[in-house]
Design a protein around this ligand. Structure first.
Ligand code: IPM
Ligand code: MG
Length: 360
């Protein structure tokens, strides 16, 4: 197969982890005879510094014309004081919106060998952690109107949380499709005791799910969910939630698996074209030191091959290579534990590349 991929290295540790991801892609193309072509484009802080805007048209055009986009991370201290709509993070929201990527799939899976890095008690991790957060990605408070105005001599800020029936319906269908491939269990997470948007979510979800008797559904308030993730993470299969709740819970969900550094994500819309990115940020504090964890980025590559290119065997191969390297005890800083073998970002990437062998 021949595929064109837009690569956005972005800021902070972005270029370092993107470099390891490309090594993995190159090895996969060599093993399986695929042709991957890369278009490197700017977004985020580096785009602001280079061309004066966080999401240049050239980058948008590339995202919309290639087969998929791989994004490392955007943002950093340097741009923290810019106005909200000028910040590097706006590039991410722009790409999501322009590409129509309304579903964000964030797996939370505990590698057995990483259990010692989890902050949870061993009796909890022993029961396993393996669930997926399906986060709505182009609606909610992220995309409602934002304003700051002066009222009676003081500043008043407003962020509007907005959802339509159709937005809720389409993401519910995505969650159902994912649950159907797993254990047919969906937990809908909201704040329906307070928010109208949450109450609408319940009505629409119930309607869509009424024709899916195979799915076991439960509804959970987001504050309760944040607790349950700590005490019984093993009980979740698919968590379906709105944009901001999904942002917050997916960070918590990743940390309980030992580190946020190993989790990739897929952002998808109607077609097969998607954007793939690790769920962690640009980590400016450790940028340029070759100590970042490239696994979240490499798992994003695996998700791209699986979801956008239908290359399941190749994706399985990457997942297995990652697991093998972790089982052999290699760890980057963020997941170090007693007795583990400490490696750099590039060493981790190379170990994973070396563990990729042709499996058909
Ligand atoms: C994420 C990030 C982004 C988000 C930020 C960087 C805008 O936290 O992808 O989880 O909030 O969606
Ligand atoms: Mg986040």
């Amino acid at each position: 197969m021949k595929k064109k991929i837009t690569i956005i290295e972005g800021d902070g540790i972005g270029p370092e982890i993107a470099c390891e991801a490309k090594k993995v892609l190159n090895k996969i193309s060599k093993l399986y005879g695929h042709q991957f072509e890369y278009e490197y484009k700017l977004a985020g802080g580096i785009a602001i510094d280079t061309v004066g805007e966080c999401l240049p048209q050239e980058t948008i055009d590339s995202c919309l014309s290639t087969d998929s986009t791989l994004l490392a991370a955007v943002g950093g201290y340097k741009w923290d004081n810019l106005a909200g709509d000028k910040r590097p993070e706006k590039a991410l929201l722009g790409i999501r919106k322009i590409m129509g990527l309304y579903s964000n799939i964030r797996p939370s899976k505990l590698y057995k060998s990483l259990a010692a890095s989890s902050p949870l008690r061993a009796d909890i991790t022993a029961k396993g952690i393996d669930f997926v957060i399906v986060r709505e990605l182009t609606g909610g408070v992220y995309f409602g109107e934002h304003s700051t105005v002066t009222v009676d001599g003081e500043l008043v800020a407003t962020d509007i949380m907005i959802y339509s029936e159709s937005e809720i319906e389409r993401i519910t269908k995505v969650a159902i499709a994912i649950a159907n491939k797993r254990n047919n269990k969906i937990t809908i997470v909201d704040k329906a005791n307070i928010l109208d948007t949450s109450r609408l979510w319940r009505v629409v979800c119930e309607k869509v799910l009424s024709t899916h008797p195979e799915i076991t559904v439960d509804y959970m308030y987001v504050d309760n969910c944040s607790m349950q993730l700590l005490v019984r993470p093993f009980s979740f299969d698919v968590i379906l939630t709105e944009n901001m709740f999904g942002d917050i819970l997916s960070d918590e969900a990743s940390m309980i698996t030992g580190t946020i550094g190993t989790i990739g994500s897929a952002s998808l819309g109607e077609g097969s074209r998607g954007m793939y990115e690790p769920i962690h940020g640009s980590a400016p504090d450790i940028a340029g030191q070759n100590i970042a964890n490239p696994i979240g980025m490499i798992c994003s590559v695996s998700m791209m091959l699986r979801y956008s290119f239908g290359m399941n065997i190749e994706a399985d191969n990457i997942d297995r290579a990652v697991e093998m390297v972790l089982e052999r005890g290699y760890r980057t800083n963020d997941m170090m534990s007693n007795g583990a073998k400490h490696v750099s970002c590039s060493q981790m990437g190379e170990l994973i590349v070396a563990a990729l062998v042709k499996i058909v």
